[in-house]
Ligand binder design. Structure first.
Ligand code: NAD
Length: 428
């Protein structure tokens, strides 16, 4: 069966970096090692639903433009589909499919009752006004409306979308169903049913699994040297929280360059410096390095938290970190996995490492449905329970099956999804 097609050649660097091929490579290996039967393999390898919409939107100057949007639901076996919506000029169906499947495995690996989905609209948000973005969001929502809902599919922010975008989706959906339905999206503003602790959740989850990984290797957080790529939501929050917890953040890598201090950077001061100057370069509390120089520093923890495909078969051998915590989605290509394993790098794979975000999104959905909101300590405590427990499960799965942590995480996730599907059976 060949449901999904992509034109990328898997043996080329382009193929290695293709998100769909990367997701399939991990899926195939985990499925093979699990001994997944042929029928279940076919079901889980393909998305369950793909929606393509072409949405007419009036621009501010009166012209009408047509934008293409996608919503792919990979699985709803364990609960409503869950996944972000991204706005970018280069969004493709391949990418959305890969990310939708990724969400299924991510939700399953932390054992929250969601399936996986992803959406996107092909547009360049930097060339659009707020009013145009609002109209695109509302029309996209109206087109996919029969396929989303608190019990069906729950969107969230992703690249170039934010709490305001979620407020527009929530409002559009609510206008159609005739009542305020906060649980239709997560990542909303706090006043509209958002959760405390959500902005910090992904970075906090990264810190929690880093602490577990250090413990696993018998290393102390206080002496751990951490290199972070990406000073945005995930990397910035992780840096702030880790520095507060006593880690030494020795390097921060951004687009424009990197800054290094072997004694640990003053993260609040670096945040202020970057917001004033727009850059980390020439920060008075450290030395300038190039991005690659910092990436390949001898350190205990490397936390890529910027973008996909930064560790490939071409550079993986240069990584000198003991632990790789994947804050970003897909920072490591399948070609790099084997090299990292040969070099005994302890990898906390993305579907586990950055699952703190979707876990607190799950808490947001629970709170919205209860109409009862938790304080931040309770959110963080419950997040820790989930991250620590499932980190332990992934590591013991890896031990038991003699596989690396990434394949173990996929095997655990596939096993969880396949077993509920077996219990439910196949309708009709
Ligand atoms: P963000 O836009 O807030 O931050 C990304 C940062 O990385 C920016 O500061 C950007 O300048 C920097 N960056 C981009 N390219 C870079 C490069 N080549 N080298 C160094 N720095 C670079 O995004 P985010 O929300 O922090 O997301 C980062 C990654 O984490 C993405 O892969 C995203 O899919 C993933 N992720 C985010 C969340 C979340 O809750 N925000 C949850 C799960 C996964």
């Amino acid at each position: 069966m060949e449901v999904i097609t992509t034109t990328a050649d898997p043996s080329s660097l382009e193929g290695e970096m293709n998100p769909l091929l990367a997701a399939e490579a991990r899926f195939d290996e985990a499925a093979r090692r699990l001994g997944l039967d042929d029928g279940m393999f076919k079901v889980l390898r393909a998305p369950s639903k793909e929606i393509i919409v072409h949405i007419p939107v009036a621009l501010d100057d009166g012209r009408v433009e047509v934008f293409t949007g996608y919503r792919v639901q990979h699985s709803q076996a364990r609960g409503p589909a869950k996944g972000g919506v991204r706005f970018a000029p280069d969004v493709t169906l391949d990418e959305v499919r890969a990310l939708a499947a990724w969400m299924t495995w991510k939700c399953a690996v932390v054992n929250i009752p969601f399936g996986g989905a992803k959406g996107g609209v092909v547009c360049d948000p930097h060339l659009l006004s707020q009013f145009e973005l609002e109209r695109i969001t509302r029309r996209y929502t109206a087109e996919i409306l029969p396929f989303i809902g608190p019990e069906i599919d729950v969107p969230a922010p992703d690249m170039n979308t934010n709490a305001q975008t979620m407020a527009w989706i929530m409002d559009t959906y609510s206008m159609h169903v005739g009542h305020t339905a906060t649980a239709v999206v997560t990542g909303k503003p706090l006043d509209l049913g958002g959760s405390r602790g959500r902005p910090e959740a992904t970075g906090r989850g990264c810190m929690m699994v880093t602490q577990q990984a250090l413990q696993q290797l018998g290393l102390a957080p206080q002496s751990a040297r951490v290199v972070i790529q990406g000073f945005g939501n995930v990397g910035g929050m992780a840096a702030k929280l880790m520095a507060e917890a006593g880690f030494r953040i020795v390097a921060m890598i951004e687009v424009e360059g990197a800054v290094y201090n072997p004694n640990g950077l003053d993260i609040p001061a670096l945040m202020r410096y970057r917001s004033e100057t727009g850059s980390v370069v020439d920060f008075p509390g450290g030395d300038n390095l190039s991005g690659p120089e910092a990436m390949f520093l001898d350190c205990d923890v490397l936390l890529p938290a910027a973008k996909e495909n930064v560790i490939t078969s071409r550079n993986a051998a240069k990584i000198r970190a003991k632990i790789l915590v994947e804050g970003a989605n897909g920072p490591t290509t399948p070609g790099a996995d084997e090299i990292l394993a040969d070099n005994h790098v302890f990898v906390v794979p993305d579907i586990l490492a950055n699952a703190g975000g979707v876990t607190v999104s799950y808490f947001e959905w629970v709170q919205d449905r209860q109409g009862f909101f938790w304080n931040e300590d309770l959110v963080n405590e419950r997040l820790k329970e989930i991250m620590v427990e499932n980190f332990g499960r992934v590591v013991s799965y890896a031990d038991k099956h003699g596989v690396n942590n990434r394949i173990a995480a996929y095997m655990l996730a596939l096993d969880r999804v396949a077993s509920v599907m077996k219990l439910r059976g196949f309708y009709a």
